[in-house]
Write a protein that binds this ligand. Structure first.
Ligand code: SF4
Length: 426
């Protein structure tokens, strides 16, 4: 195909193509996952110009007066061969064709926050997961953040042992939950025998229409096997038992096997891993207990950056291992998919959208609707995207990367990736 093919034609990007320009340029086909990148300043200047006016999607080679044709045409040809741009012949009369521009919008525009009036039950619909910490208020210190922020609130000998969530507070919330899209309640119970009104709490939980999951400490679960079995009998629920693999004395294949016998498929073991040294012990558990559901979660302890670099940091092939649809990209641009719709209720009734962050209110003084509303309008957790945090905000992959993870928040480093190295090698 010669450059002549594109002369006297209108060009425009197909509606399924996403163009990202920020120092470098990425043009991505959301149907096939094919992409073209370019970092030539002239090419970037050209496409910055032709894509700058969203309501004028048409461009033509006449825009290229300021760019070397030998540079531009091969790139235009490559885009055309990947079905990323379309061409329309120019009419003799010079009229501009009409091109529809797709636009995705969230049905209730929470992004505008206070300008939007959430009426009645509207904001309840966003809630789909509740995490409840039944015993001991979590202190906002570094240790709790290190372990606690890793989704599973937890789990050592810290916290205020005099606090237990009153069943009446939980009961007050139940009528409101009927308006939500609640799918799961995760209940942290540590210690297992630490709540004075556990029976009543179980009654309240039993009346809520959502899957229940208890999160337990391994030592505690081994010690209180009978209570755990009773919890399992009282209501359909699953159990996640957390095992910090670096604490050798706290786990053994025999004890886990015993628990697995009484809970069967409802037991999942979550292994906290800090380094390579923990891996053989994880292997031992896997080989000792047949059929056990096991997940591993790397934990950052401030000293194991190398372990994270080797095992957790993202590479480009990880980011683009799947096709990102327009909806995926829109979500990544708008909200944090791993945090959105989740609330945490601490043992004293304080609520937050993310552990270790400021409170949104307290279920003693506020109803759940007010708390969700506050997170939607003022909170950061549900809306923290890579576009809003440095250095990801200047990276052309920020709409394609997974949502900001707990590791990144704990480490206060939002770019756990090898991208910088990879670019330097280009
Ligand atoms: S810098 Fe941020 S957005 Fe870019 S690849 Fe790394 S994690 Fe993703």
């Amino acid at each position: 195909m010669s450059g002549e093919f594109f002369r006297n034609k209108w060009l425009f990007f197909e509606s399924y193509v996403k163009v990202v320009i920020d120092g470098r340029m990425l043009i991505y086909n959301t149907l096939t996952g094919e992409m073209l990148e370019n970092d030539h300043p002239e090419i970037i200047r050209y496409f910055t110009e032709v894509t700058s006016n969203f309501s004028e999607p048409l461009f033509s080679l006449s825009n290229e007066a300021f760019i070397d044709e030998q540079l531009l045409l091969p790139f235009i040809e490559a885009l055309f061969s990947l079905h990323m741009i379309e061409v329309i012949p120019k009419s003799d009369q010079g009229e501009r064709p009409f091109v529809f521009i797709p636009e995705i919008k969230i049905n209730k525009d929470f992004l505008r926050g206070k300008e939007v009036l959430f009426t009645g039950e509207d904001c309840y619909e966003y809630l789909h997961q509740l995490n409840i910490n039944l015993v001991r208020k979590l202190p906002a210190n570094n240790e709790s953040q290190r372990l606690g922020r890793c989704q599973h609130i937890f789990f050592d000998s810290f916290g205020d042992s005099s606090v237990a969530l009153p069943p009446t507070l939980l009961r007050n919330v139940v009528p409101e939950l009927k308006n939500t899209n609640l799918r799961e309640i995760s209940v942290v119970l540590n210690p297992i025998d630490g709540h004075p009104d556990l029976g009543e709490i179980m009654d309240v939980l039993g009346g809520i229409d959502a899957a229940k999951r208890f999160i337990l400490d391994c030592d505690d679960a081994f010690r209180n096997g009978e209570i755990v079995r009773d919890l399992g009998k009282e209501m359909p629920s699953s159990f996640t038992v957390i095992i910090p693999m670096w604490q050798k004395s706290r786990h053994s294949g025999n004890k886990i096997e015993h628990l697995a016998k009484s809970l069967g498929e409802r037991l999942e073991v979550l292994l906290f891993i800090e380094g390579e040294g923990d891996l053989p012990r994880a292997d031992d558990i896997l080989s000792q207990v047949e059929g056990l559901r096991v997940n591993c979660l790397p934990i950052f302890n401030g000293k194991n950056l190398q372990f994270f670099e080797d095992n957790v940091f993202l590479r480009k092939e990880n980011i683009f291992s799947k096709v990102h649809s327009f909806n995926d990209i829109f979500c990544n641009e708008t909200l944090n998919r791993s945090a959105f719709g989740r609330l945490y209720i601490d043992a004293d009734g304080e609520c937050c959208g993310e552990l270790g962050r400021g409170t949104l209110g307290n279920i003693i003084n506020h109803n759940l609707g007010q708390i969700i509303y506050k997170e939607l309008c003022e909170g950061e957790s549900w809306k923290r995207t890579r576009k809003t945090v440095s250095p990801c905000s200047r990276c052309i992959y920020n709409l394609f990367c997974p949502p900001i993870s707990n590791y990144e928040l704990v480490m206060n480093r939002m770019n756990l990736c090898h991208m910088h190295d990879e670019w330097n090698q280009c």
